[in-house]
Design a protein around this ligand. Structure first.
Ligand SMILES: N[C@@H](CCC(=O)N[C@@H](CS)C(=O)NCC(=O)O)C(=O)O
Length: 204
């Protein structure tokens, strides 16, 4: 067993959800406080771990860095199977688990954020919205894709299909910061060139 899991944490943040999951699975972990007022989340060292500058950010005993609350929650469920919070791979229950995790991040959270902005009648700062801002999103993708051809290394995974599709669409719609970004553009080209991508547009 390597070092203990470290969770970058602040009690007034979404990192509480990651800590809740650590408690659910019975993991041994340590907390590293991120003091928002001091700007710890913008330090060079922290941005190296998570260029979004956000918590929760988790570092596993083997050095693996994981961000995004639903990914952290799911991976911990996989690592601690004895807690029985992960349905087996390929089962309908597992499929449903993915559905609700992504629904949480992709539907519930943005819908809630927009609702709160309407209620407060003022925009929320990028520090409070889950997606931060466009520049940070692009920087996060760029910093990973500058190191490897695909998001998780030198072999494509499902993540490359999904993010690839988003980048291809965003570039097509003229979203700023993609066509003129060599790293992101090369990745979009690489993904667009896949035969299965061409077959996805078949009309017969
Ligand atoms: N998409 C991220 C959102 C995380 C997030 O927005 N965290 C906030 C605290 S709740 C944060 O770290 N804000 C600091 C900042 O952006 O400066 C997730 O679901 O984990």
């Amino acid at each position: 067993m390597g070092k203990r899991i470290k969770l970058y944490f602040n009690p007034r943040s979404r990192a509480v959800t990651a800590r809740w999951m650590l408690e659910e699975v019975g993991a041994e972990y340590e907390l590293e406080t991120i003091d928002f007022e001091k700007g710890d989340q913008r330090s060079e060292a922290f941005l190296k771990l998570n260029p979004m500058g956000k918590i929760p950010t988790l570092v596993l005993g083997d050095g693996t860095v994981l961000a995004e609350t639903p990914a952290i929650v799911m991976h911990l469920a996989d690592l601690y199977l004895e807690a029985e919070l992960a349905a087996p791979l390929g089962t309908p229950e597992r499929a449903s688990t993915y559905r609700w995790l992504f629904f949480g991040a992709g539907c519930f959270e943005p819908a809630l954020t927009i609702e709160l902005i309407a209620k407060l009648k003022e925009p929320l700062p990028s520090s409070s919205v889950g997606w931060g801002d466009w520049q940070s999103v692009l920087k996060t993708l760029e910093s990973t894709l500058a190191e490897s051809n695909y998001l998780t290394g030198e072999k494509p995974t499902a993540a490359d299909i999904y993010i690839g599709a988003q980048l291809i669409w965003a570039r097509m719609f003229g979203a700023p910061g993609i066509a003129d970004n060599p790293v992101l553009s090369r990745f979009a080209d690489r993904m667009a060139a896949r035969p299965a991508h061409h077959r996805a547009f078949a009309t017969d």
